[in-house]
Design a protein around this ligand. Structure first.
Ligand SMILES: CC(C)(COP(=O)(O)OP(=O)(O)OC[C@H]1O[C@@H](n2cnc3c(N)ncnc32)[C@H](O)[C@@H]1OP(=O)(O)O)[C@@H](O)C(=O)NCCC(=O)NCCS
Length: 229
């Protein structure tokens, strides 16, 4: 059973130590061009209410498709969490912009660029730490990329996201039903660079293992007398 699949087990929701173990097993991987189709499937599976929280409006399928088609994996950083069936259950999008583009943070930094973060987690994988892990990894990536200000925009009604932002120590500003938050990041150091590299390596190995397991199960399923899932 995969970490995220395990959390779906009713016992996990009442067992703190099990939940904690599962949280520690969430792997965040940097996504690339070849993940584009799965990113699209992830967004299209979001309910209207989640689309509203993620994009600030209930984006119809056509606009989501256009949004994903235009995603630039070389300019932005897109982070993801896969479950054992290689379904993308969490996507974090880190876009970089000149600091003048985001008035709230313009005076908060002297760096040329700031980062804006958007995140979504599939309904079935919520509450296991996927959103928080994506956020933490995004913050680490910024820090290691000499960006010291991470900005986030969400609806003021988005209590879950505001909880995550507060937990991370973000400075939060509420205006007319919307919330802007930003986090000042420490400069990179050898430990933060190493930590990100190790996390990415582990997530890549985890992904490869899932791909190979799936291929093996598929192959075994073609053998007479073998019953797969
Ligand atoms: C917001 C979202 C990304 C969170 O993902 P997640 O994987 O469930 O988040 P996590 O499991 O890491 O953390 C959720 C935290 O919020 C808390 N929480 C859940 N519901 C809450 C609520 N109504 N009020 C306050 N806190 C809440 C949980 O207890 C948990 O806190 P903990 O880590 O201190 O125990 C997910 O709900 C989502 O995709 N929502 C729709 C899109 C969206 O809102 N995106 C954010 C705007 S960019």
């Amino acid at each position: 059973m995969n970490s995220i699949d395990a959390f779906r087990h009713p016992r996990a929701r009442t067992d703190d130590s099990l939940a904690e173990r599962i949280r520690s097993m969430v792997r965040v991987k940097e996504l690339s061009e070849r993940d584009r189709r799965r990113v699209l499937m992830h967004f299209l599976a979001l309910e209207d209410s989640d689309r509203l929280l993620r994009f600030g409006t209930v984006l119809p399928d056509e606009l989501i498709t256009r949004y994903v088609q235009k995603m630039d994996f070389s300019r932005d950083t897109v982070l993801g969490v896969y479950d054992s069936k290689l379904t993308l259950v969490g996507v974090g999008h880190l876009a970089f912009a000149p600091r003048e583009a985001l008035p709230l943070v313009t005076s908060a930094t002297i760096k040329e660029r700031v980062a804006e973060f958007g995140v979504s987690v599939s309904d079935s994988a919520r509450g296991v730490g996927v959103g928080s892990k994506l956020f933490e990894r995004a913050a680490m990536h910024c820090r290691n990329g000499d960006v010291d200000t991470l900005y986030m925009h969400c609806l003021a009604s988005n209590q879950t996201m505001i909880h995550i932002a507060k937990k991370a120590g973000m400075e939060i500003h509420h205006t007319y039903g919307e919330t802007d938050a930003y986090l000042k990041l420490l400069p990179a150091n050898p430990a933060s660079v190493l930590q990100e590299a190790v996390e990415e390596q582990v997530a890549s190995l985890d992904y490869t293992l899932k791909v190979n397991t799936r291929a093996a199960v598929k192959f075994l399923g073609t053998l007479p007398g073998f019953k797969g899932e």
